[in-house]
Design a protein around this ligand. Structure first.
Ligand code: LLP
Length: 415
């Protein structure tokens, strides 16, 4: 099978669509997703679990476009959400609220109330105060809220510190030392039903060991809870499986799932996972035009019409994304470029020291941006956020229009 994003002669295609065509029709910068790639990734998870009792909750934060949520909803996949906005997006995309896990450290009363009204499947609770708040709201509505406790196991996920979440120094989860007293509280909570234990130690994890250590830890906790009279139905190990951006060698989806299943094979627990990046990252690219080629003293820059406001991962995490030309130029003369955007900051780069043959007005593709790309974009420098497109073989769906000047200032008022 040919790769999803591939060259035909010297032109880059997404599935069966020539990317010059997209730029011509929709302009740049534009995010482009492959429906086939997303569904292939999902199918890899489904096949790896086989007949084992499991549930997959897509982490909406990775890419929350409602057309993408709709793809997962149609496949009966659940959703991991962290805000009212994500909840309403899932409902709009016809996702089943019963198949929603509500995560996040700061759920407001409004968010909890709406989630209970629409019968979300489970709250992943991160503190005693949150638990008390859920009990109060559920009791006022005379409903039972199913919850899982998110544990902070103090495990190093060996990833970028900004996206590590399982260490004691991180704000996430409940410290194991508070767990037993919390459990005592739950005994007196009339409208809370404890059904699971959850844990999410970080993102872009490229080794199996941290996941397996976390599972061992949770299994211990579940044993203790059983002794304390709380039978637990499910174990939720969060998301976090890494992808290859440059030269990382993360476990395959198959190896990851197989290793998890081996850990729980002698239990009757249902396994829940919340993947985001591993479903979306490699299914999306950002198409951008080179506005100018510029030389400052010894340094060459390709200045693109996409910037850190459109894709902030390089600026925020020093993340590396492959950058390739849409139209290969046959020349042996390569130059070392920094690929930079239009924003007035030196942190506005998409890639540094890339050896390429480039000309102004040509197109570039920034790869592996399907996860945490558009959803982290902003209007900084009053820039209009990009259009988003989904390719399905040779069909082009516009799934988000490019913003307009009117939409940019629609909520502002002169005084
Ligand atoms: N579950 C929970 C509770 C999470 O906090 C996250 C991600 C996931 C699941 C999905 O994790 P994934 O499978 O995507 O690794 N903006 C960063 C990533 C932040 C991840 C936040 N939590 C980036 O661009 O690398």
């Amino acid at each position: 099978m040919q790769p999803i994003f591939h060259y035909k002669k010297s032109t880059l295609y997404a599935e069966d669509v020539n990317l010059n065509e997209i730029a011509h029709q929709f302009g740049t910068p534009t995010y482009i997703y492959s429906k086939t790639a997303i569904l292939n990734n999902l199918q890899n998870f489904i096949d790896a679990f086989g007949k084992t009792r499991h549930r997959i909750f897509y982490a909406v934060k990775a890419n929350s476009n409602i057309a993408i949520l709709q793809l997962f909803a149609k496949k009966n996949i659940g959703f991991d959400i962290v805000s009212l906005g994500e909840l309403e997006r899932v409902i709009k995309a016809q996702g089943d609220p019963q198949k929603i896990v509500f995560s996040g450290v700061a759920k407001t009363a409004l968010e909890i109330s709406r989630a209970i009204d629409v019968n979300v499947g489970c709250f992943n609770v991160e503190s005693v105060q949150e638990l008390e708040r859920i009990q109060e709201i559920a009791s006022a509505k005379n409903k039972i809220a199913a919850i899982a406790l998110r544990i902070n196991p103090n495990i190093d996920a060996k990833t970028h510190p900004f996206i590590a979440t399982g260490l004691s120094e991180n704000k996430f989860g409940i410290s194991p030392s508070h767990l037993l007293s919390l459990i005592e509280n739950i005994k007196n909570m009339s409208h809370i039903q404890l059904i699971g234990i959850a844990c999410h130690i970080g993102s872009q994890i490229t080794e199996l060991t941290p996941f397996l250590t976390a599972i061992d830890y949770i299994l211990q906790v579940i044993k203790q809870l059983k002794t304390a009279g709380f039978p637990i139905q499910h174990i939720n190990i969060g998301g976090g499986l890494g992808v290859c951006y440059q030269d990382e060698e993360p476990p395959t989806i198959q190896a990851y799932v197989a290793a998890i299943l081996k850990k729980i094979e002698n239990t009757s627990l249902e396994i829940i996972i919340e993947p985001g990046r591993s479903l979306l990252a490699n299914a999306g690219i950002l198409l951008t035009k080179i506005e100018y080629i510029k030389q400052n003293d010894y340094k060459y820059f390709a200045i693109t019409d996409a910037g850190m406001n459109d894709l902030c991962r390089p600026a925020l995490y020093n993340a590396w994304h492959n950058i390739i030309p849409v139209n290969k130029i046959l020349s042996s003369q390569k130059t070392l470029y920094d690929i930079v955007g239009p924003v007035c900051e030196s942190s506005d780069f998409l890639g540094k020291n890339r050896e390429l043959t480039l000309v102004a007005n040509d197109l570039l593709a920034i790869l592996s941006v399907g996860a945490y790309g558009f959803c982290m974009s902003s209007n900084y420098n009053s820039r209009l956020r990009p259009a988003e497109i989904m390719i399905d073989h040779n069909t082009i769906h516009l799934i988000r229009e490019r913003e307009t000047i009117d939409s940019l200032i629609q909520f502002e008022r002169l005084i």
